[in-house]
Structures are given as C-alpha cells and as structure tokens.
Design a protein around this ligand. Structure first.
Ligand code: ZN
Length: 345
C-alpha cells in the first residue's frame, strides 16, 4: 500500500497564541502548537504516512488570494517586539476604508473577531501553513496529470487553520486561506470541489469563491444561529452572479451524531460533488465535531471520522486533505489518522 504524503514545516510552531477574548472572557487560546505536535507525533509513528516538509512559502499565490492591505498588516505585525501580541478590539464598521495597515492599532479594519491575535511570528507560521497546502496540491496535481494509478491522497497538516480567512479579513484563528490557495492551484488541472467538514462554517472559503462557478464550495457545520461565525453559513447562501448555485451550506444542530451527519453527507453532499463533475476533491478537515471538543458541539467519535472518510472516498476522486480546526488536543492525532485511513480505503 503506498504511503500517504503529509506536509508540515517546523516554523508553523513558532507562533504561539496564549489566550483569547471569547465573549468578553479571557480564556486559554485553543489554537495551540500542541495541536499540530499531537497530529505530527501520531503520523510519524505510523508507517502508512510519509512526513515531508514544504520547500518555499508560496508568496505569489498568497498575493493572488489576499488583499495588499491585509498582507501589509501582517508585515506590520512582523515588526512587533518579540513576546508582544496584539488583539484587535476596535472594529470600525463605517470607517474601514480609513484603515492604515502600517499601523497595528488599525488591525480591526482587517479582522472580524477579537480571538485571533497577531505577533511577530504569526505571518511566517501562516505562510508555512499555506505552503503545506500549496505543495500538497502541487504533488496531487502532478500525480493526477501523469495518470498515476496509485491512490491519490495527500494531507497538509496546515496550522494555523485557514478556512475563516477572506480576501481582506483574518479571524477565527485563520490568517491565510490554505484551501483557497490549493483550489486555485488544482483548478489548473481539473474541476475542484471543496467539502468543509469543520464544525464551524467555512466563511472565508465561501466568500472567496461566492461568485466563482469554477469551484464548488460546500460546508457542513454547526448552525450559525448558535455557533461561530454566527452571521453566515445559512442554507440560503448559494452563491451570487455566475457563482449562483455553486455554494452549498448544511447547518446542523448541536449534538448531531454520525447517523444524522452521514445522511446529509450521502444524501446531499456527495451527489452535489458528482453533479458538479468534480475532478479533484479538497477536504477542509476540521476535527472539532469530536464529542470532546471544547469549542465544537457535535457527537462524533474517533471511528466516526473514519466512516466520514469512507463516505467521501466513495466519490473515487483524487483528494487533498487540508487540516483546519479541532481543539481536543490529546485525541487530535488519532482522529486525523481515523479520517485519513477512512479516506484511503
Ligand atoms: Zn472549527
């Protein structure tokens, strides 16, 4: 059985958010380096996986997805003193155009929540996280173009996550939209569908492709009436302009278990991907639907991620798996492996 290539770069661990402001409370930051370390340790001790390091940050691809102002702000944050962390707390709805991205105090013009901090090491970690998705996409595209007969499955251990980042805004612990970068690269090879299984709606990915009929975006997530990001992810958001009909949201109630989850996945999502005529599937692989997750609220067990993987694998498409959320750190590695093993059957 061929090994599954997995991409990770040690510089992704240089950014260490310590706390966040959640609903006015200061809490330990869930998006820790231990998340990636737990997954990495579990992959490294399993002979099915081959851990590789990306070789370069995909600067041009990042510039093609994100605004000049947002990237300028990240550059400003790189000049913060070591150990300092900036938390946006002023979000001037009507004065965003007045934002100066060379002034870190204007970060709220380029951000949508108060839980996603900036430090001198944030951008570098996010750019290497994006590099994992970018190089994994390149490897998948190359194998697909050569008509490789072996299983086409590649995993990007992207951390920090990316699916909440839009063209102009960071938030939801996301700075650069890793899946969007990968989708742009893979679109040069075939039709791409993104299925986001993170507990939270992939608002950033949705926004980046909302008017684009060339990439199908689907998100299955906790109902935004009750769960982050609260203001979008509803089923009536189906795209706009030429992209109308190419964005699908499946909000589910809290405590959803595998049976209900798979009904949506198999009755609605798989058919939509097939009808779209996808050549390649990107899975935005959040693991925060796990029943012990501190910020997700589904009732999925470790083996359930394997069953979800099997359902997605029934599409029989080349697949790029991009790590998104998942915050019950002690079981993240085994949940990621369960998903990947399910996908590889
Ligand atoms: Zn999430």
């Amino acid at each position: 059985m061929p090994k599954i290539p997995c991409y990770f770069h040690n510089e992704q661990l240089a950014f260490k958010p310590v706390y966040e402001w959640a609903m006015g409370q200061r809490i330990d930051h869930p998006e820790t380096t231990a998340r990636a370390e737990n997954i990495l340790a579990t992959l490294s001790e399993n002979p099915r996986f081959d851990v590789l390091s990306p070789t370069a940050q995909p600067i041009d691809a990042i510039r093609a997805v994100h605004s000049y102002e947002l990237l300028t702000l990240y550059n400003t944050a790189q000049k913060l003193p070591t150990g300092d962390t900036f938390y946006p707390s002023v979000f001037p709805r009507d004065l965003r155009d007045m934002g100066d991205p060379t002034n870190i105090r204007h970060a709220g013009c380029y951000c949508f929540d108060s839980g996603t901090p900036l430090s001198a090491r944030t951008y570098d970690a996010a750019a290497w996280s994006a590099a994992c998705a970018w190089e994994a996409a390149g490897q998948l595209a190359s194998s697909y173009s050569k008509g490789a007969e072996e299983e086409l499955l590649v995993y990007a251990l992207s951390r920090p996550p990316g699916h909440h980042a839009t063209e102009q805004f960071f938030g939801g612990y996301s700075y650069l939209n890793n899946c969007a970068l990968a989708a742009r690269r893979l679109s040069e090879t075939g039709r791409v569908a993104i299925v986001d299984i993170d507990f939270h709606h992939g608002n950033g990915t949705q926004s980046l492709f909302f008017d684009d009929p060339s990439v199908l975006t689907i998100s299955i997530h906790g109902d935004p009436t009750d769960y982050f990001p609260f203001y979008c992810g509803f089923s009536h958001e189906t795209g706009e302009g030429d992209g109308s009909g190419y964005n699908l949201n499946f909000p589910l109630p809290g405590k959803t278990d595998l049976d209900a989850y798979r009904r949506v996945l198999e009755d609605d999502v798989l058919g939509a991907v097939s009808n779209f005529g996808a050549d390649i599937l990107i899975v935005a692989a959040g693991l925060d639907g796990y029943h012990l997750d501190p910020i997700g609220d589904f009732n999925l067990e470790t083996e359930d991620f394997g069953r979800i993987g099997e359902s997605l694998a029934s599409l029989n498409l080349p697949m790029l798996i991009v790590q998104e959320g998942g915050y019950y750190t002690p079981h993240l590695g085994r949940n990621a492996v369960a998903l990947l093993e399910g996908l590889s059957r």
